[in-house]
Design a protein around this ligand. Structure first.
Ligand code: PRP
Ligand code: URA
Length: 209
């Protein structure tokens, strides 16, 4: 069964509290999401394999370690996942970026797919699926199914805030996938919004409401 990691680092929690505040504007919201994504990816990648290499410093030759194994791919779920990409790329600049376009039908809460473009070698990469909100889990689960249909099986899900319902859904549908979140909130409301959450992440990020 996939593991669920909840990051209780003080910096992450502090920045997330500012993001939750409804008076925080789009500019600050965007900057904070980027910063938290960067802090999270530091931990998300903790178990990536490394190998020895030889380096000549100005003083002498030495043996040191570099990343080995699979290269990383980043897959934001449009739109709100876009807000996490730059933070991840700051730490893993060589990562390729794929995009999956999904929106949640406001009536049925079911994900509707409208776009998919992945790097050609995605199946050989360690993929980080990015979306700030894991609510019912429908969007994340559909995105992961989508990747698996394209032969991608090394997948980690990275969310800012999750509802227990969303975590349960992804764990049930994709027991092989680890989930990394900055906070697990109380519940969903009748409109499928996370409580207390931070509202509509896409709208707050892009100033569309
Ligand atoms: C939000 C969010 C997730 C989805 C989560 O996107 O960014 O993708 O809802 O909900 P779920 O877990 O119940 O599927 P939204 O559909 O609002 O689209 P947007 O990113 O384009 O605003
Ligand atoms: N999507 C959001 O942007 N926010 C929520 O609380 C739930 C789904």
């Amino acid at each position: 069964m996939g593991k669920v990691y909840i990051f209780d680092h003080p910096l992450i929690q502090h920045k997330l509290s500012i993001m939750r505040d409804k008076s925080t504007g789009a500019k600050e919201f965007r900057e904070l999401l980027e910063e938290i994504s960067m802090l999270m990816v530091y931990e998300v990648t903790r178990d990536l394999p490394t190998e020895e290499t030889e380096v000549e410093t100005p003083i002498c030759k030495t043996t040191t370690r570099v990343l080995s194994g699979k290269k990383v791919g980043v897959v934001p779920i449009l739109r709100a996942g876009l807000g996490m990409v730059d933070g991840v790329l700051k730490l893993i600049p060589a990562a390729r970026v794929g995009h999956i376009g999904l929106y949640r039908d406001p009536e049925t809460l079911e994900p509707v797919e409208y776009y998919c473009k992945l790097p050609v070698d995605s199946e050989n990469r360690e993929l980080l699926v990015l979306d700030p909100m894991l609510a019912t889990g429908g969007s994340a689960s559909a995105a992961i199914t989508f990747l698996k249909q394209r032969n991608c099986h090394n997948i980690r899900l990275v969310n800012l805030i999750a509802a227990p319902e969303g975590i349960e859904r992804v764990r049930k549908d994709h027991p092989d996938v680890n989930i990394y979140v900055a906070a697990c909130d109380e519940k969903l409301n009748e409109h499928g919004y996370i409580v207390p959450g931070l509202g509509d992440a896409g709208d707050r990020l892009f100033g569309t409401k």
